[in-house]
Design a protein around this ligand. Structure first.
Ligand code: GLN
Length: 203
């Protein structure tokens, strides 16, 4: 499972709230050197960053309280490879709907993301996605109080959709976002995509 793109890659996981451990496992399984990021100095020493699933409004607030919002925005603008899942995707969206009062994002993806798009009734579900660009067979995805990418601007590119066409994964340069949780289902292809961006940037 160890991928050559991972050799020596130092990948931070933003560890303010959310499913940090699952991402640490996915990254170390791929052979990356994974570390927790809670302060700007820790961000400065990584080659890539993962934003976990959890509660986007809480992570946003804590990131501001810990002085991480600006450093993360600057790092994204400077080309740091970043991957966000679910709440992490919301934090990477340039525009969100259903935000709580005062909720902000880091931005980086030219998309509008609707929080909790699948409502209270069917809060969590699993399904196979339409993802022609992803090699290695169907992407079986887990959605947990998930957002939906309801609008994709010209700078972002859809990577995966629900059977009904709803976009649930996008990429824009070095930034990747998925509305689902590959770190929960053990599908490492999106983390590998992040590591490939690290390798490409170093080359
Ligand atoms: N509903 C959460 C939010 O808005 C996201 C849920 C998740 O990350 N699994 O932040």
């Amino acid at each position: 499972m160890v991928t050559s793109a991972a050799a020596g890659a130092r990948v931070g996981v933003l560890a303010l709230q959310g499913d940090v451990r699952e991402h640490m496992t996915a990254l170390t399984t791929l052979g990356a050197e994974a570390s927790l990021v809670r302060r700007p100095s820790e961000l400065a020493s990584v080659d890539a960053l993962v934003l976990p699933g959890g509660e986007s409004s809480v992570i946003d607030k804590l990131a501001r309280a810990f002085g991480l919002q600006e450093p993360i925005r600057d790092a994204i603008a400077a080309g740091l490879p970043v991957y966000g899942t679910c709440a992490g995707l919301i934090l990477l969206a340039d525009r969100i709907s259903g935000a709580i009062e005062g909720q902000e994002t880091f931005g980086g993806l030219d998309v509008t993301v609707r929080r909790n798009a699948f409502g209270g009734q069917v809060e969590s579900f699993e399904t196979d996605l339409v993802a022609p660009e992803i090699d290695g067979g169907p992407v079986h995805a887990a959605f947990i109080r998930a957002p939906l990418i309801e609008q994709v601007g010209p700078l972002a590119r859809p990577l995966a959709a629900l059977p009904d066409g709803g976009v649930v994964a996008v990429a824009q340069g070095n930034v990747i976002g998925t509305a689902f949780h590959p770190e929960v289902t053990g599908d490492l292809r999106f983390h590998r995509m992040l590591l490939e961006r690290v390798a490409a940037r170093a080359a």
